[in-house]
Design a binder for this molecule. Structure first.
Ligand SMILES: [Zn+2]
Length: 504
């Protein structure tokens, strides 16, 4: 039996994750994400799939970010009727992300039909793409937010998402899943966002097993809420992401220190701390850190307003899945505290409540989207607080060039919002240590687990080939060189649409 893998996305780029494994007559798809960024890449979302959708036996999904799950409703429209396997946390988050994506596409299409394509995006929602990620190529970070998910006609609608959700089949971490005759899969915690997984796929033919490990997106070690990425030491073939293949992160401890300092400073001046944030992952992490700082007595207690409907829905999903927490967060829960909630935090349900925040007694904190000030409720808070010297705008994510966030971060003295000019008199700070991705050292450590197994004790653990994927070309090739040079492993940098026969 011939086993092959075709690279249908997230090669030479960080978006559009999609890998097709063929084993004899069987076809398994791993991830089915949106391409985001430049028009050339976004155009790939409109191209037909490289295979007959109805011939795919099953889809395995690593996690809920749009660049890994965004095209699934298109796959279902194209005739896919098989099961979609992912962890319960991933499936819950994916439903939120896909419903939001369908809504944004409908809105964009309606705007386009009204012949006002230049109209401002007033949507409150985030698209769950890691646009703030410095590991992304500049052309992706700089893309117009609309270009990130859509161009003109909607790719799918809410009814397609309904049909997609009906195919969801939850699988627990470490459970052995029978995917198809002779094919099993195991999901291991990737520590990236809630429910994220490394997928280990095993094809057995004539008593010979071939194992392919898909890293998915790997998280950082020692971040709040989630466990560290699971070390895996045996595989015949490995696909490893390389988003940060040539960069290292600042220490988490410094990021937390800087967050505490910002809160204290605003409290002392009776101002407002305004934190633009991304709905899934980042918001929950910041709330967790604020709660811990408060418990440790390192910050004064300020009221916290969470002003993003999508962040609220994502936070609900985080609360429903304590089985995914790391030991530290689980212990806090057992001791009776609620680490994912800041005491007295207030959610806003509609735009009226959001606008009423300005009248609250100071000092207080607001976390609102979008993360790069490209739209959403953050905009009307900016109108109120940018001109206020007692207040502070605190960036905790990357600001893409061309965004309002980038301009203010780089010293703009005034900001144009909805056609009006507002002076920037508030304090502006940035913290760079919060990231959901492993950096070059953490990626290398994860791959080293396979190399170590190549010793005399377990000579068969060493992969025959490591495919470096999900990276900007410079990051991917720098990381490939390190794996080859430092660990002596066989490495390939696949190209878009390339098919590789996997020899057992
Ligand atoms: Zn991701």
């Amino acid at each position: 039996m011939t086993i092959a893998i075709q690279f249908l996305g997230a090669v030479e780029t960080v978006t559009g994750s999609q890998y097709l494994v063929t084993a004899g007559e069987r076809r398994i798809l791993v991830d089915c994400g949106f391409f985001q960024g430049s028009p050339n890449e976004v155009a790939r979302n409109r191209m037909p799939f490289a295979f007959e959708a109805r011939t795919v036996d099953a889809l395995l999904l690593t996690h809920a970010h749009l660049d890994h799950c965004g095209r699934i409703p298109s796959l279902v429209r194209a005739g896919f009727t098989g099961p979609i396997h992912a962890t319960p946390g991933t499936l819950d988050l994916t439903e939120i992300v896909l419903r939001d994506a369908a809504k944004l596409q409908d809105e964009a299409e309606a705007r386009w039909r009204r012949h006002h394509p230049e109209a401002a995006d007033t949507s409150d929602e985030e698209t769950a793409v890691e646009r703030d990620d410095p590991g992304m190529p500049a052309r992706l970070r700089q893309a117009d937010p609309e270009a990130a998910t859509m161009s003109r006609a909607a790719l799918y609608h809410a009814t397609d998402v309904d049909a997609t959700v009906r195919l969801f089949r939850p699988v627990q971490y470490e459970q052995t899943l029978q995917v198809a005759p002779g094919i099993t899969a195991q999901f291991h915690d990737a520590g990236h966002i809630l429910g994220s997984a490394i997928i280990e796929l095993t094809v057995t033919d004539g008593g010979v097993a071939t194992t392919i490990v898909f890293s998915g997106d790997l998280g950082r070690c020692d971040t709040p809420i989630l466990r560290d990425p699971t070390p895996i030491s045996h595989a015949d073939f490995v696909l490893v992401e390389s988003t940060y293949g040539n960069r290292e992160h600042g220490p988490m401890a410094q990021a937390v220190e800087d967050l505490a300092a910002a809160v204290s400073e605003v409290a002392g001046g009776r101002g407002v701390l305004l934190v633009p944030s991304f709905a899934i992952g980042r918001t929950q992490e910041v709330v967790w850190e604020l709660d811990r700082l408060l418990r440790d007595g390192r910050i004064p207690k300020l009221p916290l307003f969470l002003d993003s409907p999508m962040a609220s829905r994502a936070s609900d999903v985080y609360l429903r899945h304590p089985e995914d927490y790391d030991e530290e967060t689980a212990a806090l829960l057992r001791s009776g505290s609620s680490p994912l909630e800041y005491p007295g935090e207030q959610f806003t349900n509609d735009a009226q409540q959001s606008k009423a925040i300005r009248t609250q007694p100071r000092p207080f904190m607001v976390v609102a989207s979008s993360g790069m000030l490209t739209g959403g409720r953050i905009l009307h808070h900016l109108k109120d607080f940018l001109p206020d010297p007692a207040s502070m705008l605190l960036f905790i994510g990357y600001q893409g060039q061309g965004s309002l966030g980038y301009a203010i971060q780089h010293g703009a003295k005034e900001a144009r919002i909805d056609g009006q000019i507002y002076p920037v008199r508030c304090k502006v700070r940035s913290i760079s240590g919060f990231s959901a991705h492993a950096d070059e050292h953490e990626l290398e450590d994860w791959v080293r687990n396979f190399a170590r197994a190549g010793g005399a004790a377990a000579a068969d653990g060493r992969p025959k080939t490591v495919f470096v994927v999900h990276g900007d070309p410079e990051a991917a090739s720098a990381f490939a060189d390190r794996i080859r040079g430092d660990m002596g492993l066989e490495v390939q940098l696949p190209s878009y649409l390339q098919e590789v026969i996997l020899r057992p």
